[in-house]
Design a protein around this ligand. Sequence first.
Ligand code: 5GP
Length: 192
Amino acid sequence: MEALKKKILSDGTAIGTEIVKVDSSLNHQIDVAFLNEIGKEFARIFSDIEVTKIITIEASGIAIAAIAAQYFNNIPVVFAKKTESRNLDPDKYHSEVYSFTKQKTYPIMVSKKYISSEDKILIIDDFLANGKAALALKNLCEQAGASVQGIGIVIEKGFQKGGRLLREENHIRVESLAIIDSIDDGKITFRD
Ligand code: 5GP
């Protein structure tokens, strides 16, 4: 998606050789008009599959998934929670994610009420790095007996192993709107 690549180049910040932040539109401040374009693009790419629910992970995934859902006939969005709290339904599916940005493992949880074996799920997230968050979301869906139809990623970092892990080892359809091939001295290079 050319507009996304331009946005990453104009607003993105590279941290070292592995992390990118797009705080002005995706990861802190939300550019709603731009997320609408991203939502439309996901709907266009996945127009060949039936989706009954979008699943994502808090926090940055929520806005992207919620805006995208409007282009999938306003299907519900469920976000996995990362922290236990008294108001979270005790009857829940649970998985674990190793976060490469935080360098620690954290739990993710979804109430059993919100995923069922009838669901055809599209997973959406902002970044794909090593694939741990996406695999844990897939695992939650599988615990419910739901089928994962695909994964939509805004920015895939192609130099990390998530894309290969999901596509080749787990045979999941992954569609990324922009793929970064390298970050070198602050310079971001995209895959064509
Ligand atoms: P993975 O589980 O694929 O290793 O990492 C994906 C998750 O970590 C995403 O949910 C995303 O929020 C976060 N993440 C991974 N790499 C980056 C990055 O370069 N920038 C930002 N902002 N988040 C990242």
